[in-house]
Ligand binder design. Structure first.
Ligand code: GLA
Length: 377
């Protein structure tokens, strides 16, 4: 099977061609907008974008997936809708940042599953940004791009996401997980050699419908900000796990207490996971992953029966750890499994989904891929 990049390379002509991957998050969920820590890695699956300059200042964007071509300029007022809004958002934010973005013809192809919580939108934003910066001949360092792409998504598309997905899609290195401090944006590439340890990460795409996800995400974010206000800290990142009992005692609302407990303990689990990976003890990440899932299920309340089932069954069949990854209310589960147990876990999860009457899941194995990269041009 050809990749998106290979398909575009055949037709790209004289333009430039870049790719940015989707991501999974090993651990650190709903911590990014609390100025906390995350540990994602890039997928091998990426979104590829080819582009060439146009004489006029307009953008003509074709999607291999939908077969549509959308043309826009940003001077007439009004917003671009649908999938092309992510492209328009990037043009908008680059102009806001002072880049003289030339008109361009862009073609998009993607191998990142859509709507599965694997950051297909960040992959699209980051690949489009790479092409437009290249065509503009502008100097926009990779380390500055996640903030720009996040702003595009927050202010133009209107989704109040944190910075994890755009940072992962841009900054991850093949073979590593990305330890990111979402306040300072300091990064560390943490080696994650699954094959060397005889391990695999099995992804189960639960196919659960994402109901009310935007409203629930925004509500979680608001509760965290409100709690930080009551506790008198800049963000929940500033509450250390040792100070958690005191902090909880200051909050009257039981739901808010649970949200805070998730964020504070999750930040600590990221730090603990980084420690075990630095020490080369990859299996020790398993129990931390499972604890993260339980915290998302019981305290943050963002899981659904399909993902809880996948986690439970994976653990029952020998996974070292398993957790939902991404924003929640569906999406994917990661299971850390010994190579020789991978098939057993996969079959058991499929059988459990069938027995429960759930839509059959997609399952695939992932390895840490490369953030934004240039293919040709
Ligand atoms: C979504 C958002 C991210 C992050 C995760 C939860 O993927 O885009 O910024 O908040 O949810 O960890």
């Amino acid at each position: 099977m050809t990749t998106a990049a290979e398909r575009l390379a055949k037709t790209a002509g004289a333009g430039v061609l870049w790719a940015s991957p989707g991501r999974v998050n090993l651990i650190g969920e709903h911590t990014d907008y609390n100025d906390g820590f995350v540990l994602p890695f890039a997928l091998p699956q990426a979104t590829a974008v080819s582009g060439g300059r146009l004489a006029e200042r307009r953008w003509v964007v074709s999607s291999e997936q939908t077969g549509e071509t959308v043309t826009f300029d940003l001077d007439g007022g009004g917003k671009v809708g649908g999938w092309a809004s992510y492209v328009a958002a990037v043009v908008w934010v680059l102009r806001e940042a002072g880049v003289d973005v030339p008109g361009a013809s862009l073609t998009i192809a993607s191998d990142v599953p859509f709507g599965a919580g694997l950051s297909s939108s960040a992959a699209l934003e980051c690949a489009v940004m790479a092409v437009l910066v290249d065509l503009a001949g502008a100097d926009v360092p990779m380390r500055d791009r996640p903030r720009l792409a996040q702003r595009a998504e927050n202010e133009y598309v209107g989704a109040p996401t944190g910075i994890m997905d755009q940072a992962a899609s841009t900054l991850c290195h093949e073979g590593n997980a990305l330890f990111l401090d979402c306040r300072s944006l300091a990064t560390e590439q943490v080696p994650f050699d699954l094959a060397g340890a005889g391990l695999k990460i099995l992804v189960v795409d639960s196919k659960a419908p994402h109901a009310h996800v935007d409203g629930e995400y925004a509500a979680r974010r608001r509760a965290c900000e409100e709690a930080a206000g009551i506790l008198g800290v800049g963000a929940l990142r500033d509450v250390d796990v040792d100070a958690l009992p005191d902090a909880l005692a200051k909050l009257d609302d039981e739901t808010m207490r649970r949200r805070v407990r998730h964020v504070v303990t999750e930040n600590q689990r990221v730090l603990d996971t980084v420690e075990v990976l630095r020490a080369g003890d990859l299996r020790a990440a398993g129990p931390l992953m499972t604890a993260s899932h339980e915290s998302m299920r019981d305290d943050y309340e963002i899981t659904v029966p399909q993902v809880d089932t996948a986690v439970r069954v994976a653990l029952e069949h020998g996974a070292h750890g398993a957790r939902m990854t991404g924003g929640g209310f569906g999406g994917c589960v990661l299971a850390l499994v010994d190579e020789e147990h991978c098939d057993t876990v996969e079959v058991a999860v499929r059988e459990a989904f069938a027995a429960n009457g759930f839509t059959p899941p997609d399952t695939f194995v992932v390895t840490p891929g490369q953030g934004t990269y240039r293919i040709s041009g």
